[in-house]
Design a protein around this ligand. Sequence first.
Ligand SMILES: *[C@@H]1O[C@H](CO)[C@@H](O)[C@H](O)[C@H]1NC(C)=O
Length: 653
Amino acid sequence: MRFQRTLLAALLAPSLSAAFYLPGVAPTSYDEGQSVPLYVNHLTPGIAQQDEQLHSVFSYDYYHPAFRFCPPADGPKDVRESLGSILFGDRIQTSPFELHMGKNETCKAICGQVSFDARSAKFVNRRIQQGYNINWLVDGLPGAQINMEAVTQDKFYSPGFALGSINEDGVPVLNNHFEILIEYHRVGYGSQEKYRVVGVLVQPDSRRNTQMLEDGTAQCESDGVGVTLDEEGETAVTWTYSVYWRESSTAWATRWDKYLHVYDPKIHWFSLINSAVFVVFLVGMVSMILVRALKKDIARYNRLDMIDLDDLNGTSAAVEDGIQEDSGWKLVHGDVFRCPKSPLLLSVLVGNGAQLFMMTGVTVVFALLGLLSPANRGFLATAILLIYTLFGFVGGYVSSRVYKSLGGESWKRNIIMTPVLVPGFIFGVFFLLNLFVWAKGSSGAVPFGTMLALVLIWFVISVPLSVAGSWLGFKQEALEGPTKTNQIPRQVPPMTGTLRTTPSILLTGILPFGAIFVELYFIMTSLWTNKIYYMFGFLFLCYGLMVITSAATTVLLVYFLLCAENYRWHWRAFAGAGMTGGYVFLNAILFWITRVSFGGLTGAVLYVGYSALIGFVVFILTGTLALPLLSLSLSLSVFPPISFVPSLCVYTD
Ligand SMILES: *[C@@H]1O[C@H](CO)[C@@H](O)[C@H](O)[C@H]1NC(C)=O
């Protein structure tokens, strides 16, 4: 947050920032007494009060019949939303609440009595036990509850408020009365005076004897007893609310600040500094190895300058023996750039990884600049989607260049598979998981129209861009390795210890994962409980650290591999760095075991499915990240003196 503000302040002069609003985030000013609409959003699962666990991943439409919330007289209407907003589950609709700017109103009934039958009573009680929250929006601001952080005693607004609570006897009670407190800010003078909404707090309560009186007024007094829904018979309930308007000194521009609370920033800083120290150490180690090898090598070449360097390419065994009696690099230099197995798949994955990398990079920078503020609902998701689509060009270009450089010949298959394989797989899994949500009757299911829009965007924008990128990539020269590849592949000796496939992959992935571990916890919590995530400053730094760690560890891995005369590094490096994604998935499972308890199978399938999907995306992303730096260091290390490479491993003993 601090980062974000400083950056924003630095980038936008004050005069400029006043004029700089994204569509949809310009302030709305109301006259006194003007009606302010209250929109309702879906009900979302939260951390349950009784055991601090997450019990569900489904969200429900506000007007799901079992909840018995009153719709407006002319029926609920959908409020226009962005694509990203719909994808992330928002279902915003109109409501019958009547709010008038600056007019306090105590005790109003929303509609007459509603009656819960046994079935809906059971349904609602279950949702109360699972800690479901009601989400309202007033002028784009979520209806919030005031929370206090245990450690720092900081007060902050937490979006959403409880559907109900559990009383001392362990029985769920339904909140049927809402105290709405709206903070407004006065702008302008005299007859120009207007009011803006700068804070929305909702204090829900359970009151047994609320009712609508004959003259249209209501009675809301509480006798201290809540509403419990009878699971065997009918329960009559009247929904009531009061509205209070309070003047606030908070300006419209800063109204989101109290919602965006950084939970215990010390934890973030601690983890960040931790990983930073580690990264410095790691990068130091890698460069030390390279520099020492380089120095010693140059010294050696100064001594050996009588030998014709051109002969070092393995053609003259005698010369080779003369300067180099060791094993390692020297022996595999004729195989280092040998084409790996399945070059097609590798190039397609790398192309898609490059696309993802560009997407995440640009998104995080956008977020840092404050362009993805939560004030613009769903903008983050929409932006991610669009940026990803547009970078299809990069994906195609990288994929085709890598494929050509690896000596691949079936270029048609490469062009087709690049935009189809990975996005198709992700979309397929997403579609299947969505069927589960849909079968469950949850509002979280992405509507068919949105799905169709996704497919359309993909075919109309992403695929042509990718094909264009591939075409351009294939027109370029293939990248050549600095050493010639021998005709006959060398035998790879059996690997021992940590250089065996599985241990080496597991070890490589754990370091980059360490850099994002803490931040991941916060992302996961906000993702599954529908809280706003906005700690983009931290995220940006963590992401940077992860990129560096991932590249550095992979360089080390390949270095050790080559020292052990194993030249098959391409896939190993990809899988090793990509293992970060594997750890992200494992971490999600761990989170599940400790913080989540689902009753049903569908919830579990959904949770595991989405976690696996996220893990897969991170796998491709981090796997790809390792390769550019790796290729660079491989090429640099064989840069003049051309055979600096051979002696690289001597110094590790
Ligand atoms: C409305 O209620 C708020 C909060 O109780 C109070 O501060 C404010 O003075 C009231 N406004 C009017 C006009 O009575």
